[in-house]
Design a protein around this ligand. Sequence first.
Ligand SMILES: Cc1ncc(COP(=O)(O)O)c(C=O)c1O
Length: 375
Amino acid sequence: MTDQNKPVSLFKDYLEVAEPYKGGKTIDEIKTNKSKIYKLSSNENPIGASPKAVEAIKNHLENLHIYPDRTDKRLRSALYNFYEEAIDESQFIGASSGSEIIDHIARAFAGVGCEVIVSNPCFKPYDMFSSWCGSKVVDVPLLAPNFQLDVDNIIAAINDKTRIIFLTSPNNPTGTHIPKGDIDRLLAKIPEHVVVVLDEVYYHFADAEDYVSAMPYVKEGYNVIGVNSFSKTYGLAAMRIGYGYTTKKLADYIHTICKPFLIDALSLEAGIAALGDKAFVELTVKTVKEGRKYLYGEMDRLGVKYWKSQANFILIKPEISPESFESIMLQEGVMVRPVGNFGAPGCIRVSVGTQEANEAFVAALEKVYLPKLTT
Ligand SMILES: Cc1ncc(COP(=O)(O)O)c(C=O)c1O
C-alpha cells in the first residue's frame, strides 16, 4: 500500500477505463447470401489504389529482408516538392498512417494532468489516443442542426491544462468543413501552450469556397499541425502511410519521439509514387464528386435525411434504428457504418462508391423508403 486506501496497482487507472476501438468490419466478417458485397463503410477509395503506387510496390519487392530507411527523410523530401517548397522539408513528419500522426501528437503534448478538446461527432482516435496518455478529454460538441464548430465554447473551454484542440475539416463522420472565418477566429485566441490540430485527410474532396487547409497557418507560424493520410485519395489504406506538417519548432519536438523504421519500405515507395500520380487523384476526385451529386439526387427523391458533404462519404439519418438500417443494407449486399460511437447517435455514414456501388446502395435504400412513399 502507498497511501491509506489505495492498493498499489500494476495497471494505469486511465487505461482500465478505456475501451478498445471498434473499427469498421472487413468484407470477410459479413454473412450474407449476396454474391457481391459493396463496402461503403470505411471511406476507402472507390476506384482502387494509385497505379503508380502499385507499380512502385512491385518494383521494390526484392530486398524485403533489409530494414527500410530508419527515418522519414525521403517522405519529407517528396512532400517538400509536392507542396512546392511552401515550407521547409524539416517541417514535415512522416508516419505509418494518419492515425499514427495523431498518436504522435497525443504522446508529444497530452498526458496526465492535461486536457484535450474534441468536438463530437468526430474521429474517435483523438479521444482514444489522448485518453491512453492519461489526458482528460473535453467535448465541445458541434452545433445542431448542421454541425458547425462551436468556436466560442471551445475558446471558453481553454485553460492552463489544455494542450491540444482537435479539428477536422472535412469532418468524419459529418462531411462538413470548418469555414476559414471560424478557424481564424479560433486561432486568434489560442495561447502559446496549446496546439491546434487540423485533420485534413479528406481535403482533396472539399470544394467549398471558404475551405482552408492548415498550410497557410503553418506558414504564418501558428501552433497548428496539419494531419494527412495516403489512405483515401491515393487509395493506399492497406499500406499504412501518412504525414503531418507544422512549424519547425513543433516538428523538431515531435520528431524526438518518432520510432525508428516506422514507415515500411513498400508503403514509403507507394506513398512517394502516389504523390506524383495526378491523373489518379483527378479521377478519384471526379468519381467522388459525381457520386455525391448522384446520391443527393436519389436521396432527395426518396426523402432521405442527409447532410451535404465535402468528403467522400455522406452522413444520413434514417427513420429506423441504425442497427435495422445496417441490417437491411447488408441483406442487399451493401456495407454502411453506424456512427453512434463517433458521437452521432441514430446516424449512418455511407461512403461514395463507384456508380455501380452507388446504384446498389440506392436500390437498398428503396427497400426502406419506397414503401413509405407509396402508402
Ligand atoms: C478524420 C480522419 N483522420 C485520420 C484518419 C486516419 O487515416 P489512416 O490512419 O488510414 O491514415 C481517418 C481515417 O478514417 C479519418 O477519418
